[in-house]
Design a protein around this ligand. Structure first.
Ligand code: GAR
Length: 214
């Protein structure tokens, strides 16, 4: 079993999608070992509690800078012997020591088709505002390995959805979540936990599932 920690900062709908998929057996070989929040008020913590997943707070506001916050988070993951970390609406780019320790073992979900509408300043609703302001006809979500650079790592899965004439940032956000994020993030976690992801530079190869007797 791959010991997995979900890192959150807010509402945690992606966390909920992971919990539900795990419950339905759609995420294989994965132990949901911890939910870690950067925000003590995050509703995601309640979702973890309902699902009986141990939860922890590493409160960003108590640390003077990114380096000390990163160190505390890394220590928490290492204390818990976590194999895979997932940013599920986690609002921070951690300092390099984190990625060095967890290279190709951190998965992020971003609400656009990377490399469009991503990087610093593009998060949450702002991403969808930018999509609408640009007038693109297609957007979506991307699950990728996180690196030291915001939204830049090797892409695991993407799903496209159409932008509608009457979309607002809120309606678009909801559709991207429902139709793309909540589907590809649990799927990417399962592929990782099944040992089916092979990273070659920027390229992620997805291997066939091993044959079972079931
Ligand atoms: C999600 O749409 C996620 O993709 C986005 O924040 C939202 C968090 O919602 N993340 C980013 O924009 C990261 N660049 P949630 O807390 O309900 O999962």
């Amino acid at each position: 079993m791959v010991k997995t920690a979900i890192l959150v900062s807010g509402g945690g709908t992606n966390l909920q999608a992971i919990i539900d998929a795990h419950l339905f057996g759609e995420i294989k070989n994965c132990a949901l070992a911890a939910v870690i929040s950067s925000n003590p008020e995050a509703y995601a913590l309640e979702r973890a509690q309902h699902a009986d997943i141990p939860s922890y707070v590493v409160d960003r506001s108590l640390f003077p800078n990114r380096e000390t916050f990163t160190k505390a988070l890394l220590e928490k993951l290492q204390d818990l012997e976590i194999d895979l970390a997932v940013y599920a609406g986690f609002n921070f780019i951690l300092a390099p020591p984190f990625i060095e320790a967890y290279r190709n073992r951190v998965i992020n979900i971003h609400p656009s088709l990377i490399p469009s509408f991503c990087g610093l300043g593009y998060y949450g609703l702002r991403t969808h505002e930018a999509v609408l302001a640009h007038g693109v006809k297609v957007t979506g979500a991307t699950a990728h390995f996180a690196t030291e650079i915001a939204d830049d790592g090797p892409i695991i899965l993407q799903k496209a959805i159409s932008v509608l004439e009457d979309d607002t940032p809120n309606t678009l956000q909801r559709r991207v979540m429902e139709e793309a994020e909540w589907e590809i993030l649990p799927r990417a976690i399962s592929l990782f936990c099944e040992g089916r992801l092979e990273v070659d530079g920027r390229i992620v190869h997805i291997k066939e599932a091993a044959e079972t007797d079931e």
